[in-house]
Design a protein around this ligand. Sequence first.
Ligand SMILES: O=P(O)(O)O[C@H]1O[C@H](CO)[C@@H](O)[C@H]1O
Ligand SMILES: O=c1cc[nH]c(=O)[nH]1
Length: 236
Amino acid sequence: MSIHLNAEPGQIAETVLLPGDPLRAQHIAQTFFENPVQHNNVRGMLGFTGTYKGQRVSVQGTGMGIASSMIYVSELITDYGCKNLVRVGTAGSYQENVHVRDIVLAQAASTDSNINRIRFGEKTFAPIADFGLLLRAYQIAQERGFTTHVGNIMSSDTFYHDDFDQYKIWADYGILAVEMEAAGLYTLAAKHGVKALTILTISDHLVTHEVTTSEERQQTFDQMIEVALDAALGLE
Ligand SMILES: O=P(O)(O)O[C@H]1O[C@H](CO)[C@@H](O)[C@H]1O
Ligand SMILES: O=c1cc[nH]c(=O)[nH]1
């Protein structure tokens, strides 16, 4: 047991999917896992462990934002020995050619958060994905015909900015989309020598204000989960 997880030692698999929303963790376990068992209910941050195509795997909600998610990522790594961490989340697109329902693989995560200023002072650490996981996820998504973009994303501490247009400076530098956790995940993975990747489904669009139905979002979200599971477990 750790402070925020009440799983027994050994109850969480080495490979863990990390959605922000704990109810999405439940959906993933119920939809994709064989014999899922709930391993956490502390603070309602649901986590489950089961098998997928016969291989042991877990899913753990992290809450929204770098601050919340880093608590779970830290405890999963240091208290439970987790080694493959794949965030599966939603994101807002910054680019006209990155549409709702598209998949984004976060090769790197820029951030407006202070997390790495606290660690590195005024020097800049570049949080990046594990290349092996990234490559496998890309190949699997391509083979299945899912529209997939690979590049730099923004992990923001703020969902509602006073200045809506502030995103444009990041868009000018090629940032594909915004979410709120990947930079923290990649930083902790680097520190502890474990593998991490963030896979995102675009849920809304800051440029075109494009929207999609919740049904469509669910379907494309499930495509992302299949990519994440097969990539993380080395299945093709
Ligand atoms: O869909 P999830 O994984 O929660 O991710 C995105 O959605 C939340 C904001 O609505 C933030 O956590 C952001 O990163
Ligand atoms: O963090 C997020 C997630 C989805 N959409 C956004 O605009 N921001």
